[in-house]
Each structure stands twice: as structure tokens, then as C-alpha cells.
Ligand binder design. Structure first.
Ligand code: HEC
Length: 144
């Protein structure tokens, strides 16, 4: 009887933890289609990019690095790699997609919904788009 109970609780444990493990292991992170199609309401003016720089320096640089290459001082302490914004896989995504990710977060990436205003989230995206020019250079070995 006791053995049966053990077997049963092990089975329940295995059943319950499988979906969790699957989520933890998955690496692809896609915004819902509706979020991807959302347009950035703020044009990338110098003013907007300037605000984006301030938001970034204060909130994002510690993990994503001063050049956006994912090499900030805190990036070492996470099990998951901090995103390198210079990657084409990030730059290819729509503003709406990045906005959604910044808003909801995942794993070590905080969610900024309550910490940043909507405008500040769009400003920081306008800045991220300029990072190839401002930040990593092509001869920088780390910005692969
Ligand atoms: C505590 C560390 C940390 C901070 C602070 C942080 N991030 Fe992240 N960010 C991450 C990690 C780790 C990931 C990868 C998450 C994953 O894939 O599960 C990530 C992913 C992202 C992505 C998704 C990129 C992609 O290609 O899918 C965006 C966009 C992003 N961060 C923007 C920001 C912005 C903007 C800020 C500041 C407002 C910020 N992050 C602050 C750790 C951080």
C-alpha cells in the first residue's frame, strides 16, 4: 500500500513538472501576432532617442551593456544569456514585438509594465534601433 502511494505521488510529480521544464528549456520567445503588429506611436526623433538613452542608462545597461552587446556588469550572474541588441535576430523584430517583451519580461528579463511609462518604453526602443551606429563596431570581436 505504501509503495503504491509512493508510485502515485511520483507519477503526479512527474506529470506536474513536465510543462515547467519545457518552458524553462525553450529558447524561442515570440510576441503574440497582435503585439507584433502594434505600431510605434513615437517617431524616432533626436529628442525621443535622447530620452531613450537616459531610460536605457538607468534601467537596462546594467544587464544589456553600455553598447547593447549583452555585456553589462550583471549579465554574468544569470543562467540565461542577456540579449545582445546588436544581433540581427533582435533588430529584425518589429517595434511592437520588442515593446511587448519589454512590457511582460521573461526569466531574468524584468517586466517593465509598472516601472516605465508607455512613452519611455517606446523611446528606449527608438534608441535600441540606433545601437548599431552608437555602440558596437564591426571590428569589435564581441559584437558578433
Ligand atoms: C536584470 C537584467 C536585465 C535588465 C535590467 C534588463 N534586461 Fe532585457 N533581457 C534580460 C535577459 C536575461 C533577456 C533574455 C530573456 C530570455 O530570453 O528569456 C532579456 C531580453 C530582452 C529583450 C528581448 C530581445 C529579443 O531579441 O527577444 C528586450 C527587447 C529587452 N531585454 C529589453 C530591455 C530593456 C529596454 C531594458 C531596460 C528598460 C532591459 N531589457 C533591462 C535581462 C535584463
Amino acid at each position: 500500500m505504501i509503495q503504491l502511494r509512493w508510485a502515485l505521488s511520483l507519477a503526479i510529480l512527474a506529470f506536474c513538472s513536465t510543462p515547467l521544464l519545457a518552458i524553462e528549456r525553450s529558447t524561442s520567445w515570440d510576441a503574440p501576432l497582435e503585439a507584433q503588429q502594434r505600431k510605434n506611436p513615437i517617431p524616432p526623433t533626436q529628442d525621443s532617442i535622447g530620452r531613450g538613452i537616459l531610460v536605457y542608462a538607468k534601467n537596462c545597461q546594467v544587464c544589456h551593456g553600455s553598447r547593447g552587446d549583452g555585456d553589462g556588469p550583471s549579465s554574468q550572474s544569470f543562467g540565461v544569456a542577456t540579449t545582445n541588441f546588436l544581433n540581427p535576430s533582435t533588430q529584425r523584430q518589429s517595434d511592437g514585438s520588442l515593446y511587448w517583451k519589454i512590457t511582460v519580461g521573461r526569466r531574468a528579463m524584468p517586466n517593465w509594465q509598472l516601472r516605465l511609462s508607455e512613452e519611455d518604453r517606446w523611446h528606449v526602443i527608438n534608441f535600441l534601433r540606433t545601437m548599431n551606429q552608437h555602440g558596437g563596431t564591426h571590428d569589435d570581436a564581441r559584437s558578433k
